[in-house]
Ligand binder design. Sequence first.
Ligand code: F0G
Length: 350
Amino acid sequence: MTTPGLLAKYRPLLDLPAHTADISLHEGGTPLIPMPRLAAHLGGGFDLYVKFEGLNPTGSFKDRGMTAAISEAAGRGVRAVICASTGNTAASAAAYAARAGLKAIVLIPQGKVAVGKLAGAVAYGAQVVQVDGSFDDALGLVVQVSETRPIALVNSINPYRLEGQKTAAFEIIETLGKAPHRLCLPVGNAGNISANWLGFTQMHARAGTGLPRLLGVQAAGAAPLVLGHPVDRPETVATAIRIGRPARGEQALAAAEESGGRIVAASDDDILAMQTLLAAEGVWVEPASAAGLAGLKNEIAAGLDVQGETIVAVCTGHGLKDPDAITRRMPAPQVVAADLPALEGLLAGG
Ligand code: F0G
């Protein structure tokens, strides 16, 4: 017996064509981790959980959508898939394409992709193309290529990506017994916030499980949905969400509004500080994944009342994806001679 993958578990709830295959790495089933110390740090009076999506097979939530998108493409007889990516989509597409025996071509912004993601894409055997431009430039290119060649586009413009990704909402409802009051998560190309809203609204329509208010959080240097216009040169330490023209921006704004929530921005300093706070409670996430909680912290500081609420923060990718984000800030290593007195001396010094 193995744990079922997402398609095996949720197929009747997913709007996928009949020809869809089942290409799986047994993704999903990620833990919902209580974070009492962080909740107290943010003011207390509410229950806080992290949905740790970094524990998916390739280390990010992208695997939920990719099992669906690659399964559809493989079932249709496509031989190659393509995507633009800030890194996680690339690694996930590469892994699921490998699983299906398909070729994967991934376009990434040159020099702006965290090493764990780039290495993943290479390890799984993708053709990795670095674009001298932004994610948004790369996305424009892959859309055009997929229109003229028999190559399936597996960015979240592909509706099957959202069908897979909405399973995160199903899992949260299963674990809590109902929807949380509030869901906070990072926003880049805006597929994930849209997918989660799909999942929560679908389950609420079926079973009256309630709806969370959405708090979507962009990085301040890449916040087109907060500014109300595209950002030509997005810049942020959270490279996963370094996006200036989100493909699903309108849908995300509509979802946030319909939920009674909003989309806000958090500074790089706030994002890195939240990454440290999460790690101090044993959960190491990549910078972008701390953005949702960084936004929540700012909102609470600005007067948002969350007393009595249950809040879930979706932490989208594992810290191991972007080790440089930590090593860049690391203090000089403590070096000691290989003898006990030297070690005792060092420990005595604190
Ligand atoms: N968090 C992480 C770790 C991501 O990699 C992404 C997006 C997001 C959040 C935002 O999700 O785009 O659905 O709003 N990464 C994409 C990629 C863009 O190419 O890996 P979104």
